[in-house]
Ligand binder design. Structure first.
Ligand code: GTP
Ligand code: MG
Length: 327
């Protein structure tokens, strides 16, 4: 692991990001992703300075089971946007991601076309760390990309419950990519995904699968009909691979922004900021608690007592918190 990474000065980061200098942008994102204390303080200063230049993008999250075609769809949607002369940044949240395997730049879908596009910027998911940590970094990365002038930020997430919720809480529009016949059609809907998704795409609607996909979409629409509060939720079919139905997806997203209105999007973002604040407190307190060296033996001791029923979990927790507070 490199011990000394050459960092730029705060001013160089600010100027470079605002000038949309890709090299500096990449370096700024590396700074954001760093967990070193001194990088953190520089990163926080950078975000503070760039804050006035943020907020002007469409923040879009894309979720779905592995292999649903999220990356392929992001590439197709990204290309559609760049064809409309819009600047697109792609980020990813994948807590399972290691340096060798990333969901967007691993040996799977590399988004080759979009990477070669001068209006697009693709950032592989940061490796490792807790979901809380990774989610916080992604929120910061969104702001940095906005300051660099990106008009649409597409965030790919792996389809794991907690990651979905974390990403939902940092975007304006949450798109669920589904497959037909994968056993995840109606079941997924029951799993509370309705509260998360702002739009649903039945992907791989091509070849023999096209009719099935259309049927699934119709079924889902029918199911949604029973949930009156979700009348606005749209269900479309697409083939990300053949770039079919992509313009319609963008129409669906922009219609959502128009219908919701600037004020309500702003309110949603303000609430998300509040959550962000509380998430940060939780994350910090949690790490601080478990990093407190003096507590470690007591934690071990009380763990044993809980296991052997010598104390209750609640009493053990209260005792530990009391000692922690007195530190
Ligand atoms: N036939 C067909 N295949 C597709 C379509 N979209 C994606 N695929 C294929 O499905 C496979 C998975 O696509 P990805 O875009 O990597 O899926 P993903 O959801 O990003 O997968 P993870 O990142 O692993 O979760 C690839 O082989 C794609 O070529 C589509 O519309 N039609
Ligand atoms: Mg992917």
């Amino acid at each position: 692991m490199p011990t000394t990474i050459k960092r730029l000065s705060l001013d160089e980061y600010i100027k470079g990001v605002l000038a949309a200098d890709r090299i500096v942008l990449g370096k700024a994102l590396s700074l954001i992703e760093s967990t070193l204390e001194k990088d953190r303080s520089l990163a926080l200063q950078l975000i503070e300075k760039l804050l006035p230049f943020t907020g002007k993008s469409y923040r879009i999250g894309i979720t779905g089971v592995p292999g649903a075609g999220k990356s392929t769809l992001i590439e197709a949607l990204g290309k559609h946007l760049t064809s409309l002369n819009k600047k697109v940044a792609v980020l990813a949240v994948d807590p399972s991601s290691k340096l060798t395997k990333g969901s967007i730049l691993g040996d799977k879908t590399r988004m080759e076309e979009l990477s070669a596009d001068s209006l697009a910027f693709i950032r592989p998911p940061p490796a490792g760390g807790t979901l809380g940590g990774i989610a916080a970094r992604t929120r910061e990365s969104i702001l940095i990309c906005e300051a660099a002038g990106f008009e649409a930020i597409l965030v790919e997430t792996v389809g794991v419950g907690q990651t979905e919720t974390a990403v939902k809480d940092m975007v304006d529009f949450f798109l669920l990519v589904m497959l037909t016949g994968a056993g995840d059609d109606l079941q997924t809907l029951k799993k509370g995904i309705l509260e998360l998704a702002d739009g649903i795409i039945i992907n791989k609607a091509d070849g023999n699968n096209e009719a099935n996909a259309k049927n699934t979409a119709a079924d889902i629409r029918k199911t949604l009909h029973y949930f009156s509060s979700d009348e606005g939720l749209l269900v479309l079919t697409a083939s990300a691979l053949n770039k079919k139905g992509i313009a319609e997806i963008w129409k669906m997203i922009t219609a959502y922004f128009e219908q919701t209105g600037k004020e309500d999007i702003e309110k949603k973002r303000q609430l998300q900021n509040l959550h962000w604040m509380h998430d940060t407190i939780q994350e910090k307190l949690y790490r601080n608690f478990y990093d407190t060296t003096d507590l470690k033996p007591l934690i071990k001791d009380l763990e044993k007592k809980v296991l052997s029923l010598k104390t209750t979990p609640i009493n053990a927790a209260f005792e530990l918190l009391k000692v922690y507070k007195s530190k």
